[in-house]
Design a protein around this ligand. Sequence first.
Ligand code: HSE
Length: 336
Amino acid sequence: MKRMDLVIAGFGTVGQGFAEVLDMRGKSIALSTGVEPRIVGAFDSKSAIYDEEGLDPNLLLYNKASGKVGNEPLVDGVAFLESIDYDLLVEVSPTNIVTGGPGLHHMRSALGSGKHLITVNKGPLALAFSELSSIARENCVEMRYEGSVGGGMPIINLCRESLSGQEISSVMGILNGTCNFILSRMDSGLPFEQALKEAQELGYAESDPSYDIDGIDTACKVVILANSVFEIDCNIHDVDVSGITAITEEAVAMAAEQNYCIRLIGEVSKERLEVSPRLVLKGHPLSVGGTLNVAQVNTDLAGPISISGRGAGRLETASAILSDLLAIIRSSVNNK
Ligand code: HSE
Protein backbone atom coordinates (compact mmCIF):
# COMPACT_ATOMS: atom_id res chain seq x y z
CA MET A 1 0.00 0.00 0.00
CA LYS A 2 1.15 3.56 -0.73
CA ARG A 3 2.04 5.70 2.25
CA MET A 4 1.84 9.37 3.22
CA ASP A 5 4.51 10.00 5.84
CA LEU A 6 3.69 12.81 8.24
CA VAL A 7 5.74 14.88 10.65
CA ILE A 8 4.03 16.91 13.37
CA ALA A 9 5.73 20.17 14.40
CA GLY A 10 4.38 21.25 17.79
CA PHE A 11 2.84 18.70 20.09
CA GLY A 12 0.50 20.82 22.22
CA THR A 13 -3.29 20.52 22.35
CA VAL A 14 -3.81 20.49 18.59
CA GLY A 15 -0.85 18.21 17.77
CA GLN A 16 -1.99 15.71 20.37
CA GLY A 17 -5.60 15.97 19.16
CA PHE A 18 -4.44 15.19 15.63
CA ALA A 19 -2.45 12.15 16.81
CA GLU A 20 -5.58 10.93 18.58
CA VAL A 21 -7.78 11.47 15.53
CA LEU A 22 -5.29 9.74 13.22
CA ASP A 23 -5.24 6.80 15.59
CA MET A 24 -9.05 6.63 15.31
CA ARG A 25 -9.35 7.19 11.53
CA GLY A 26 -5.99 6.15 9.99
CA LYS A 27 -7.07 2.60 9.07
CA SER A 28 -10.35 3.67 7.47
CA ILE A 29 -8.52 6.35 5.45
CA ALA A 30 -6.08 3.70 4.21
CA LEU A 31 -8.95 1.39 3.25
CA SER A 32 -10.95 4.04 1.43
CA THR A 33 -8.08 5.79 -0.39
CA GLY A 34 -5.40 3.12 -0.76
CA VAL A 35 -2.92 5.45 0.95
CA GLU A 36 -1.86 4.84 4.53
CA PRO A 37 -1.16 8.03 6.49
CA ARG A 38 1.60 7.38 9.05
CA ILE A 39 3.27 9.66 11.55
CA VAL A 40 7.03 9.20 11.13
CA GLY A 41 8.20 12.16 13.19
CA ALA A 42 7.17 14.70 15.78
CA PHE A 43 8.86 17.48 17.66
CA ASP A 44 8.19 20.36 19.99
CA SER A 45 10.48 23.08 21.34
CA LYS A 46 12.35 20.60 23.53
CA SER A 47 12.63 17.20 21.86
CA ALA A 48 12.11 15.20 18.70
CA ILE A 49 11.42 11.66 17.55
CA TYR A 50 11.69 10.00 14.12
CA ASP A 51 11.18 6.47 12.88
CA GLU A 52 10.97 5.79 9.16
CA GLU A 53 8.87 2.69 9.91
CA GLY A 54 6.16 4.85 11.53
CA LEU A 55 5.30 5.82 15.09
CA ASP A 56 2.33 4.66 17.11
CA PRO A 57 0.26 7.82 17.89
CA ASN A 58 -0.39 6.36 21.36
CA LEU A 59 3.36 6.18 22.02
CA LEU A 60 3.65 9.89 21.17
CA LEU A 61 0.74 10.73 23.46
CA TYR A 62 2.26 8.60 26.21
CA ASN A 63 5.68 10.23 25.77
CA LYS A 64 4.16 13.70 25.89
CA ALA A 65 2.20 12.87 29.05
CA SER A 66 5.47 11.65 30.59
CA GLY A 67 7.12 14.98 29.80
CA LYS A 68 8.90 14.65 26.41
CA VAL A 69 7.58 13.92 22.93
CA GLY A 70 10.85 12.26 21.89
CA ASN A 71 14.21 11.10 23.14
CA GLU A 72 16.36 13.34 20.90
CA PRO A 73 16.88 16.87 22.27
CA LEU A 74 15.70 19.40 19.70
CA VAL A 75 18.17 22.12 18.76
CA ASP A 76 16.60 23.46 15.58
CA GLY A 77 13.32 22.37 13.98
CA VAL A 78 14.49 23.21 10.45
CA ALA A 79 17.69 21.17 10.87
CA PHE A 80 15.57 18.27 12.14
CA LEU A 81 13.18 18.53 9.18
CA GLU A 82 16.08 18.66 6.75
CA SER A 83 17.61 15.52 8.26
CA ILE A 84 14.59 13.20 7.79
CA ASP A 85 12.40 11.75 5.03
CA TYR A 86 8.71 12.63 5.00
CA ASP A 87 5.91 13.71 2.66
CA LEU A 88 3.81 16.17 4.64
CA LEU A 89 4.35 18.55 7.53
CA VAL A 90 1.54 19.19 10.02
CA GLU A 91 2.67 22.53 11.49
CA VAL A 92 0.87 23.23 14.75
CA SER A 93 3.56 24.89 16.83
CA PRO A 94 2.62 27.89 19.04
CA THR A 95 1.80 30.93 16.96
CA ASN A 96 3.80 34.14 16.76
CA ILE A 97 2.01 37.05 15.15
CA VAL A 98 4.96 39.45 15.28
CA THR A 99 7.72 37.47 13.54
CA GLY A 100 6.02 34.24 12.48
CA GLY A 101 8.24 32.39 14.98
CA PRO A 102 9.81 28.99 14.31
CA GLY A 103 6.58 27.94 12.56
CA LEU A 104 7.32 30.21 9.60
CA HIS A 105 10.79 28.66 9.20
CA HIS A 106 9.36 25.14 9.42
CA MET A 107 6.80 25.99 6.72
CA ARG A 108 9.38 27.52 4.36
CA SER A 109 11.63 24.51 4.86
CA ALA A 110 8.90 21.94 4.22
CA LEU A 111 7.37 23.63 1.16
CA GLY A 112 10.79 24.54 -0.22
CA SER A 113 11.86 20.90 -0.13
CA GLY A 114 8.71 19.69 -1.86
CA LYS A 115 6.64 18.55 1.12
CA HIS A 116 2.93 19.24 1.51
CA LEU A 117 1.90 21.46 4.40
CA ILE A 118 -1.14 21.46 6.66
CA THR A 119 -1.21 24.13 9.33
CA VAL A 120 -3.48 25.89 11.79
CA ASN A 121 -0.67 28.26 12.81
CA LYS A 122 -2.16 31.69 12.11
CA GLY A 123 0.85 33.99 12.65
CA PRO A 124 2.97 32.78 9.70
CA LEU A 125 -0.09 32.75 7.42
CA ALA A 126 -1.12 36.26 8.47
CA LEU A 127 2.39 37.59 7.85
CA ALA A 128 3.55 35.66 4.80
CA PHE A 129 0.57 34.03 3.08
CA SER A 130 1.53 34.97 -0.46
CA GLU A 131 5.21 34.05 0.00
CA LEU A 132 4.25 30.61 1.36
CA SER A 133 1.69 30.05 -1.43
CA SER A 134 4.34 30.91 -4.03
CA ILE A 135 6.81 28.44 -2.51
CA ALA A 136 4.08 25.77 -2.55
CA ARG A 137 3.23 26.52 -6.20
CA GLU A 138 6.87 26.54 -7.31
CA ASN A 139 7.42 23.16 -5.68
CA CYS A 140 4.10 21.65 -6.88
CA VAL A 141 2.92 20.82 -3.37
CA GLU A 142 -0.24 21.67 -1.46
CA MET A 143 -0.63 24.07 1.44
CA ARG A 144 -3.89 23.71 3.38
CA TYR A 145 -5.02 25.52 6.53
CA GLU A 146 -8.73 24.84 7.13
CA GLY A 147 -8.37 24.76 10.93
CA SER A 148 -6.68 28.17 11.07
CA VAL A 149 -10.02 29.96 10.68
CA GLY A 150 -13.01 28.79 12.68
CA GLY A 151 -11.38 25.59 14.07
CA GLY A 152 -13.90 22.83 13.38
CA MET A 153 -16.17 25.14 11.31
CA PRO A 154 -15.22 24.47 7.66
CA ILE A 155 -15.46 28.01 6.34
CA ILE A 156 -12.53 27.86 3.91
CA ASN A 157 -13.63 24.65 2.22
CA LEU A 158 -17.21 25.95 2.13
CA CYS A 159 -16.12 29.06 0.24
CA ARG A 160 -13.50 27.48 -2.00
CA GLU A 161 -15.18 24.18 -2.79
CA SER A 162 -18.92 24.03 -2.02
CA LEU A 163 -19.51 27.60 -3.23
CA SER A 164 -17.08 27.45 -6.14
CA GLY A 165 -18.43 29.09 -9.28
CA GLN A 166 -20.28 31.73 -7.30
CA GLU A 167 -19.18 35.29 -6.69
CA ILE A 168 -18.66 35.87 -3.00
CA SER A 169 -19.07 39.55 -2.22
CA SER A 170 -18.22 39.33 1.49
CA VAL A 171 -17.66 37.09 4.47
CA MET A 172 -18.63 38.45 7.87
CA GLY A 173 -18.20 36.47 11.01
CA ILE A 174 -17.43 35.91 14.63
CA LEU A 175 -14.04 34.25 14.39
CA ASN A 176 -12.81 34.43 17.99
CA GLY A 177 -14.49 32.29 20.63
CA THR A 178 -12.86 34.08 23.56
CA CYS A 179 -14.29 37.48 22.60
CA ASN A 180 -17.67 35.96 21.93
CA PHE A 181 -17.64 34.24 25.30
CA ILE A 182 -16.71 37.52 27.04
CA LEU A 183 -19.39 39.52 25.19
CA SER A 184 -22.00 36.82 25.89
CA ARG A 185 -21.11 36.86 29.60
CA MET A 186 -21.41 40.66 29.51
CA ASP A 187 -24.92 40.15 28.02
CA SER A 188 -25.69 38.36 31.31
CA GLY A 189 -24.45 41.37 33.31
CA LEU A 190 -20.82 40.44 34.05
CA PRO A 191 -18.19 43.20 33.88
CA PHE A 192 -15.52 42.86 31.17
CA GLU A 193 -12.64 42.01 33.57
CA GLN A 194 -14.59 39.24 35.28
CA ALA A 195 -15.75 37.76 31.95
CA LEU A 196 -12.11 37.78 30.71
CA LYS A 197 -10.95 36.05 33.88
CA GLU A 198 -13.57 33.32 33.36
CA ALA A 199 -12.44 32.88 29.73
CA GLN A 200 -8.84 32.45 30.90
CA GLU A 201 -9.81 30.01 33.66
CA LEU A 202 -11.76 27.92 31.16
CA GLY A 203 -8.72 27.84 28.84
CA TYR A 204 -10.37 29.64 25.89
CA ALA A 205 -8.03 32.62 25.67
CA GLU A 206 -4.63 32.62 23.92
CA SER A 207 -1.66 32.54 26.35
CA ASP A 208 -1.46 36.30 25.76
CA PRO A 209 -5.17 37.25 25.88
CA SER A 210 -4.50 40.61 24.22
CA TYR A 211 -4.30 38.63 20.94
CA ASP A 212 -7.98 37.84 21.48
CA ILE A 213 -9.42 40.97 23.07
CA ASP A 214 -7.49 43.46 20.92
CA GLY A 215 -8.87 41.76 17.81
CA ILE A 216 -5.48 40.53 16.54
CA ASP A 217 -6.51 36.86 16.39
CA THR A 218 -9.63 37.79 14.38
CA ALA A 219 -7.49 40.00 12.12
CA CYS A 220 -5.22 37.02 11.34
CA LYS A 221 -8.30 35.05 10.30
CA VAL A 222 -9.52 37.95 8.15
CA VAL A 223 -6.14 37.92 6.37
CA ILE A 224 -6.30 34.16 5.78
CA LEU A 225 -9.84 34.44 4.34
CA ALA A 226 -8.88 37.46 2.22
CA ASN A 227 -5.92 35.63 0.67
CA SER A 228 -7.56 32.26 0.24
CA VAL A 229 -11.14 33.14 -0.71
CA PHE A 230 -10.76 36.59 -2.31
CA GLU A 231 -7.18 36.23 -3.61
CA ILE A 232 -6.28 39.56 -2.00
CA ASP A 233 -2.52 39.71 -1.43
CA CYS A 234 -2.53 41.20 2.08
CA ASN A 235 -1.09 40.72 5.54
CA ILE A 236 -2.03 41.56 9.12
CA HIS A 237 -0.91 45.19 8.69
CA ASP A 238 -3.61 45.76 6.05
CA VAL A 239 -6.52 45.11 8.43
CA ASP A 240 -8.34 47.88 10.26
CA VAL A 241 -8.61 46.47 13.78
CA SER A 242 -10.42 47.45 16.96
CA GLY A 243 -10.96 45.03 19.79
CA ILE A 244 -13.45 44.76 22.62
CA THR A 245 -11.56 46.31 25.55
CA ALA A 246 -13.52 49.56 25.34
CA ILE A 247 -16.93 47.83 25.48
CA THR A 248 -18.63 48.78 28.74
CA GLU A 249 -21.43 47.12 30.69
CA GLU A 250 -23.50 50.25 29.95
CA ALA A 251 -23.00 49.89 26.18
CA VAL A 252 -24.05 46.23 26.33
CA ALA A 253 -27.14 47.13 28.40
CA MET A 254 -28.12 49.98 26.03
CA ALA A 255 -27.79 47.65 23.02
CA ALA A 256 -29.95 45.04 24.79
CA GLU A 257 -32.72 47.62 25.38
CA GLN A 258 -32.97 48.04 21.58
CA ASN A 259 -32.91 44.23 21.03
CA TYR A 260 -29.26 44.21 19.87
CA CYS A 261 -26.14 42.53 21.16
CA ILE A 262 -22.54 43.61 20.61
CA ARG A 263 -20.30 41.14 18.78
CA LEU A 264 -16.73 41.32 17.46
CA ILE A 265 -17.13 40.96 13.71
CA GLY A 266 -14.43 40.25 11.14
CA GLU A 267 -15.38 41.46 7.66
CA VAL A 268 -13.68 40.51 4.43
CA SER A 269 -14.53 41.89 1.00
CA LYS A 270 -12.59 43.37 -1.90
CA GLU A 271 -13.30 46.80 -0.41
CA ARG A 272 -12.87 46.15 3.31
CA LEU A 273 -10.67 44.18 5.71
CA GLU A 274 -11.94 45.08 9.15
CA VAL A 275 -12.32 43.80 12.69
CA SER A 276 -14.63 45.81 14.95
CA PRO A 277 -17.32 45.44 17.60
CA ARG A 278 -20.72 45.88 15.96
CA LEU A 279 -24.37 45.92 16.94
CA VAL A 280 -26.08 42.72 15.82
CA LEU A 281 -29.85 42.30 15.98
CA LYS A 282 -30.77 39.48 18.37
CA GLY A 283 -31.89 36.47 16.33
CA HIS A 284 -29.68 37.39 13.34
CA PRO A 285 -27.39 34.46 12.31
CA LEU A 286 -24.38 36.46 13.62
CA SER A 287 -25.88 36.83 17.12
CA VAL A 288 -24.59 33.48 18.44
CA GLY A 289 -23.50 33.21 22.08
CA GLY A 290 -20.76 31.45 24.05
CA THR A 291 -17.56 30.34 22.37
CA LEU A 292 -19.25 29.52 19.04
CA ASN A 293 -17.86 30.89 15.81
CA VAL A 294 -20.17 31.81 12.94
CA ALA A 295 -19.76 33.20 9.44
CA GLN A 296 -22.14 34.59 6.87
CA VAL A 297 -20.98 34.25 3.28
CA ASN A 298 -22.76 36.53 0.82
CA THR A 299 -22.97 34.97 -2.63
CA ASP A 300 -24.45 36.19 -5.93
CA LEU A 301 -26.44 33.05 -6.80
CA ALA A 302 -27.36 31.40 -3.51
CA GLY A 303 -27.67 34.57 -1.41
CA PRO A 304 -26.41 34.57 2.18
CA ILE A 305 -25.15 31.26 3.57
CA SER A 306 -24.41 30.90 7.28
CA ILE A 307 -22.23 28.37 9.01
CA SER A 308 -21.56 28.00 12.71
CA GLY A 309 -19.43 25.68 14.82
CA ARG A 310 -16.75 25.30 17.43
CA GLY A 311 -13.89 27.65 16.67
CA ALA A 312 -11.32 25.91 18.84
CA GLY A 313 -10.73 22.68 20.76
CA ARG A 314 -8.54 19.61 20.56
CA LEU A 315 -10.68 17.30 18.42
CA GLU A 316 -12.58 20.09 16.65
CA THR A 317 -9.39 21.61 15.23
CA ALA A 318 -7.95 18.16 14.56
CA SER A 319 -11.06 17.40 12.46
CA ALA A 320 -10.08 20.26 10.13
CA ILE A 321 -6.53 18.88 9.82
CA LEU A 322 -8.02 15.48 9.02
CA SER A 323 -10.15 16.93 6.21
CA ASP A 324 -7.07 18.70 4.77
CA LEU A 325 -5.13 15.44 4.97
CA LEU A 326 -7.85 13.58 3.08
CA ALA A 327 -7.97 16.30 0.42
CA ILE A 328 -4.20 16.02 -0.12
CA ILE A 329 -4.29 12.21 -0.18
CA ARG A 330 -7.17 12.23 -2.69
CA SER A 331 -5.47 14.71 -4.98
CA SER A 332 -2.20 12.76 -4.77
CA VAL A 333 -4.11 9.63 -5.85
CA ASN A 334 -5.91 11.49 -8.68
CA ASN A 335 -2.68 13.04 -9.96
CA LYS A 336 -0.87 9.72 -10.26
N1 HSE B 1 -8.10 32.07 21.04
C1 HSE B 1 -8.80 31.64 19.86
C2 HSE B 1 -10.29 31.85 20.07
C3 HSE B 1 -8.46 30.20 19.58
O1 HSE B 1 -10.68 32.21 21.19
O2 HSE B 1 -11.07 31.69 19.15
C4 HSE B 1 -8.84 29.70 18.22
O3 HSE B 1 -8.19 30.37 17.18
